[in-house]
Design a protein around this ligand. Structure first.
Ligand code: PGA
Length: 252
């Protein structure tokens, strides 16, 4: 695909006022969606403020997490029906901060992917090795395992509802991104694992994002890297002007 994806993962940041202001500024500068598909992933508290500020503009809204059930007796969680009602079209699964800080295991990540896709949403499956796994030479094996388990419940016909984000844990929030070549290599490992399970055509159509210390200075390099279809941007996405500059850079 020629269209590039740019996802703004706010993580646990921004007040309601800041979220609305960010959205107004970004909406005013949105590129044509057939060139750049922009998505913002606010905290649950700000979903509605973002949707109001977005209006009819082609800025997609995603959630950083979701409980793998429509609704029900699950204190503290947000269900998929609630997310859809709030205008969400995509949900992250398996972000490394949740894997690490909250102990989210692969099987739960797989349940989430299954539930999001089953509800007609896009699942953004996040994978990536830690520094220790990389040092030990296990990076490829980790990616293969995370892909195999994360996509285990996904039917071939539903793979088009999945995006994979390659986010090496050592690159997230550190200011030390991977190189575009290393991101390409990881994307090829991911695509090979997907090919083995779903076949050539589905694997070729899978969109893979890179995430980890992406900013306006390095974004174009990642977007030009073979096998990389977009970027998941954390820290550098919080500033609306910075994100606008990245949308511009993504147009090439
Ligand atoms: P970062 O985070 O851009 O702040 O490194 C990326 C992510 O975790 O999605």
């Amino acid at each position: 695909v020629n269209r590039k994806r740019l996802l703004a993962n706010w993580k646990m940041n921004l007040t309601l006022d800041q979220a609305a202001e960010w959205t107004r500024r970004v909406v005013a500068a949105l590129p044509p969606p057939e060139e750049v598909s922009a998505m913002v992933l606010p905290s649950f508290t700000a979903l509605d403020a973002v949707r109001r500020a977005r209006g009819d503009a082609p800025l997609l809204i995603g959630a950083q997490d979701g409980y793998p059930q429509g609704h029900g007796a699950v204190t503290g969680e947000v269900g998929i029906e609630q997310l859809k009602d709030a205008g969400v079209s995509a949900v992250l699964a398996g972000h490394s901060e949740r894997r690490r800080l909250l102990g989210e295991p692969d099987p739960l990540v797989a349940k989430k992917v299954e539930a999001y896709v089953g509800a007609g949403l896009t699942a953004v499956l996040c994978v990536g090795e830690t520094e220790a796994e990389r040092q030990a030479g296990h990076a490829e094996a980790v990616l293969r395992r995370q892909i195999a388990t994360g996509l285990e419940p996904v039917a071939e016909s539903a793979l088009c509802q999945v995006l994979v984000a390659y986010e090496p844990v050592w690159a997230i929030g550190t200011g030390h991104p991977a190189t575009p070549d290393a991101a390409s290599e990881a994307a090829e490992t991911i695509r090979a694992a997907v090919r083995a399970r779903f076949g050539e055509e589905r694997a070729d159509a899978l969109e893979i994002l890179y995430g980890g210390s992406v900013d306006v200075t390095n974004l174009a390099g990642f977007l030009a890297a073979s096998g990389i279809d977009g970027a998941l941007v954390g820290g550098a996405s919080l500033d609306a002007d910075g994100f606008v500059a990245m949308m511009k850079a993504a147009r090439g």
